[in-house]
Design a protein around this ligand. Structure first.
Ligand code: JJW
Length: 448
């Protein structure tokens, strides 16, 4: 046995996002978002599921906060629904929406839990999508204004802010692959949407500084770890291109002020061009206080001429995967942390999401024995400990997710929670992984 110990003050947390848990889609003046539209479009979400009710956290937040408090974590990462705050995206502010999150944040603070707020976790007001969504540069300014409303309302009691969650998903997965709202399939659109998301990020960070809001701000890209199948230069380059799509493409602009040329070349080969206006790169590189990564999976990748966007393919070599089909690669987490430190320097970093899909249900005794999730979490938390020992300035770790919830295109079919949700009764049942993580958060160490 070995004790895995964490630094004093290390932040243990758990995470959710508004559309995935809140429900109450038409209450208290909430406008519609692109996920309301997308989930109502036949064939887009498994089983025709949508977020109309979800976990009903909009009404059951006191129960959820009690679960967070009982878990013993010091932080909760959640997102604010833009369409509750500004229902049409760029018009009038909805006082009921503002009041809702005031109450929520106050109760969270009373429970001794620090709020970590994601400003944009994909629920773009539909009214903005009707004008082009993230393809329209006007959405950048609408986002900055929305952020400013949040800073002025909650600044001071919220001290940690994430601008954009997973810009790769909000751009390429949504505008190029078509799996997420608004569901387009066009490379140029993905490139444009991604750039506008990053300008929106930078401009918001700048506004945060100008307003003198106390606290810290960063963003949360989803990153991956790709291992070249062999030492052949073609395989190494193929792995670099694939990994660069999620990692370098969104982090280089923030920390180096430029997009990676080797990916600009790939996109050009497929007919897409980067449209940068004067001043954009200066905005994107506005210094952040921290960055945060969402990490789930890694792959072995090799060169395959003419295959996909990157002349590459994933090699299946028989490794375990979760019920999402994602390969379990805990060592990819420490590797990517070290790689990012080497590339961008000694910047404070959080793991803003890490977790696994396993669809374990309560047994006859009511207990949810999700040992595979415990194994997944344990192996990844061991790796972040290794990264800290290697000098990575890691501040905290958030399990995705507190609750089973609406997993986007997969609807309610995929469960990531450490708390089980019965979608018929909305009853919450902490799983074995909840109790395991509770001990980690309480002790700041665990045994392997
Ligand atoms: C990649 C699918 C082809 C969420 C992806 C699909 C096709 C190259 C979980 N993170 O629910 C990544 N999640 O809301 C945010 N993370 O490609 C939070 N990443 O690829 C969780 C999905 C994801 C993905 C999903």
């Amino acid at each position: 046995m070995a004790i895995i110990q964490f630094p004093q003050g290390f932040v243990w947390g758990t995470a959710t996002a508004s559309y995935q848990i809140e429900g109450a889609y038409d209450e208290d003046g909430r406008g519609l978002s692109i996920w309301d539209t997308f989930s109502r479009t036949p064939g887009k979400v498994r089983n025709g599921d949508n977020g109309d009710v979800a976990c009903d956290s909009y009404h059951r937040y006191e129960e959820d906060i009690a679960l967070i408090k009982q878990l013993g974590v010091s932080a909760y990462r959640f997102s604010i629904a833009w369409p509750r705050i500004i229902p049409d995206g760029d018009g009038a502010v909805n006082p009921k929406g503002l009041a809702y999150y005031h109450t929520f944040i106050d109760k969270l603070l009373e429970a001794g839990v620090e709020p970590y707020v994601t400003i944009y976790h994909w629920d773009l007001p539909q009214a903005l999508q009707d004008k082009g969504g993230w393809l329209n540069r006007a959405t950048i300014d609408a986002f900055v204004r929305y952020s400013e409303v949040l800073f002025k309302a909650y600044g001071g009691k919220v001290k940690k802010w994430f601008t954009i969650n997973e810009p790769w998903c909000a751009s390429f997965l949504s505008y190029t692959i078509g799996e997420h709202a608004p569901g387009y399939r066009d490379l140029q659109m993905g490139v444009d949407a991604g750039h506008h998301l990053m300008v929106a990020h930078g401009k918001t960070v700048l506004r945060f500084r100008e307003l003198g809001i106390p606290g810290e701000i960063g963003f949360a890209p989803n990153v991956s770890w790709k291992v070249p199948y062999s030492n052949r230069p073609e395989d190494v380059a193929a792995a670099r291109r694939e990994m660069g799509w999620t990692n370098d493409w969104f982090l280089d602009p923030v920390f180096k002020g430029e997009y990676p040329q080797y990916l600009i070349d790939v996109f050009a080969k497929h007919g897409a061009k980067l449209h940068v206006e004067p001043g954009d790169m200066e905005l994107i590189r506005e210094p952040v206080d921290f960055y945060a990564i969402n990490y789930y999976s890694g792959n072995v990748v090799r060169h395959k001429e003419g295959f996909g966007l990157f002349d590459s393919e994933t090699v299946d070599y028989g490794r375990d995967h979760t019920e999402m089909g994602w390969v379990i690669m805990p060592e990819g987490l420490s590797s990517v942390l070290l790689d990012l430190k080497q590339k961008y320097g000694d910047i404070p970093v959080y793991i803003s999401e890490n977790g696994a899909c396993y669809n374990d249900e309560p047994g006859p005794d009511g207990r949810v024995r999700d040992d595979r999730r415990i194994d997944y979490l344990r192996s990844h938390i061991v790796e972040i400990n290794r990264a800290i020992a290697s000098g990575v300035n890691l501040k905290g770790y958030f399990v995705w997710s507190l609750l089973d919830n609406f997993e986007w295109a997969f609807g309610y079919e995929k469960r990531f929670g450490i708390v089980h949700v019965n979608y018929r009764t909305l009853k919450r049942t902490p799983k074995d992984s909840y109790y395991w993580y509770q001990k980690v958060a309480k002790n700041n160490w665990f045994e392997v």
